[in-house]
Design a protein around this ligand. Structure first.
Ligand SMILES: Nc1ncnc2c1ncn2[C@@H]1O[C@H](COP(=O)(O)OP(=O)(O)OP(=O)(O)O)[C@@H](O)[C@H]1O
Ligand SMILES: [Mg+2]
Length: 388
């Protein structure tokens, strides 16, 4: 069905995919300001930046856009699903920087490993960011530890800057008296808002054009309806537009009419934005997805799959390992280290053959490209196959 609506409209891909794909980034006035405030961090040494916004306002895609264009002297760790204790947070940061963690390392040990790493980077003239997405889930205790981490300095130079992205609940958390000191260190605070109707119209057309549109026609009333149901929330706009395209497609017409949006809205359970009820469905969906995904992440990180013996060349069966890519995009690198050349970017759900594993990295084959990826971003499956 999906494939066919794409063909029907002569599109290259789904224009309203709800994954945060930087290629589809639309520079609205709001997102431009948010990016500018992040760019300010590149010029200062100071503290914390915070970006808050309701679900679906573009926090994740904005940080991805920012990261896609930062200078070479910046290194960063990106932490998602951060319902983490301070210790788990240190671990996640170290792992993202590709630092080997000794077994049974205490919290203090983790902290000092991180400090040493940061001092080393400072010597190399690097700037280091730690980015925490979905930061509304950070326990207060972990936020306080992040503040202590951000206090580290040599010769009055700070070693690290922290960017927190989260839903409005994050801002409420930061106002708690226990976090007073952290709040004082926030130098950038930006609140992402929904799009105005004019910008929504540009956004819709921009995404259609990006996806190679030639045959979609939109009747003017469509915009009123989409705005009425979405309130300019980007994720909701995408959901409505995708369903509307499908609705027109099943009726075999290239024009999207108001009626298609009405059907899309009712199938999504959206209500007209009279009060705030329109957003409830969207928020609930977001919460469910986030909860499911975090559960999944913890399952993965707390049950690292046992190593299978790759040199096992038993006569009758051999175990072939496959993995499925978990994040939206996953860099396949030439060598098992973070700075190494990116050979290919794997998309979410791609299935790769695992050839070798080493220090948290896996050498994988996809089509005929082989390269290294971080193992934790693969969901692994073993398959027995008859040999010979
Ligand atoms: N500036 C933008 N350009 C293009 N697409 C956007 C933009 N902002 C948001 N979107 C679209 O809306 C979707 C939701 O954005 P995103 O995932 O970044 O929201 P979020 O604020 O991180 O939401 P959540 O709080 O649920 O994580 C994105 O996947 C993307 O498809
Ligand atoms: Mg997000």
């Amino acid at each position: 069905m999906m494939g066919s609506f794409i063909e029907f409209f002569a599109l290259r891909e789904n224009p309203f995919n709800i994954t945060p794909d930087v290629d589809f980034f639309f520079m609205s006035s709001i997102h431009q300001e948010a990016l500018a405030s992040l760019e300010y961090l590149l010029e200062t040494e100071e503290g914390f930046a915070v970006i808050v916004g309701e679900p679906g306002t573009g926090k994740t895609i904005t940080i991805k856009k920012f990261l896609s264009q930062i200078p070479d002297n910046v290194e960063y760790a990106y932490i998602l699903f951060p319902n983490l204790s301070p210790e788990e947070m240190f671990r996640a940061i170290l792992e993202d920087f590709g630092i080997k963690i000794p077994e049974n390392a205490s919290k203090n040990r983790l902290f000092s490993l991180l400090r040493d790493f940061l001092i080393q980077k400072k010597k190399e003239g690097k700037k280091v960011f730690v980015i925490v997405d979905e930061a509304q889930n950070l326990p207060v205790e972990t936020l306080e530890e992040l503040r202590l981490l951000s206090n580290l300095e040599t010769d009055k130079e700070k070693l690290l800057q922290i960017i927190l992205l989260g839903q409005p609940e994050l801002e409420r958390k930061l106002n708690l008296p226990q976090l007073r000191q952290l709040k004082q260190r926030i130098t950038v605070m930006y609140r992402l808002e929904n799009l105005s109707k004019d910008e929504m119209v540009d956004y819709i057309n921009y995404r259609l054009a990006k996806a190679g549109n030639s045959t979609v026609r939109i009747s003017p009333k469509v915009y009123d309806a989409v705005y009425g149901y979405s309130g300019g929330n980007l994720r909701l706009i995408n959901q409505l537009m995708e369903r509307s395209l499908m609705s027109a497609f099943v009726k075999n017409k290239h024009q999207i009419d108001r009626q298609d949006v009405e059907e899309a809205a009712s199938s999504l359970g959206f209500e007209k934005k009279g009060g705030k009820r329109w957003a409830v469905a969207g928020i609930l969906i977001g919460v469910i997805i986030t909860a499911a995904a975090s559960g999944y992440y913890f399952y993965q990180s707390k049950n690292p799959s046992g190593e299978t013996d790759l040199k096992n060349d038993g006569k009758y069966t051999e175990s072939i390992k496959y993995g499925t890519v978990i994040p939206d995009r996953l860099n396949m690198r030439k060598n098992p280290e973070l700075g190494s050349e990116v050979l290919y970017v794997l998309k979410k759900g791609s299935r790769v053959e695992i050839l070798e594993e080493k220090d948290g990295w896996a050498r994988v084959r996809f089509k005929n490209i082989t390269g290294w990826v971080k193992k934790e971003y693969l969901e692994q499956q073993d398959e027995q196959r008859n040999a010979g």
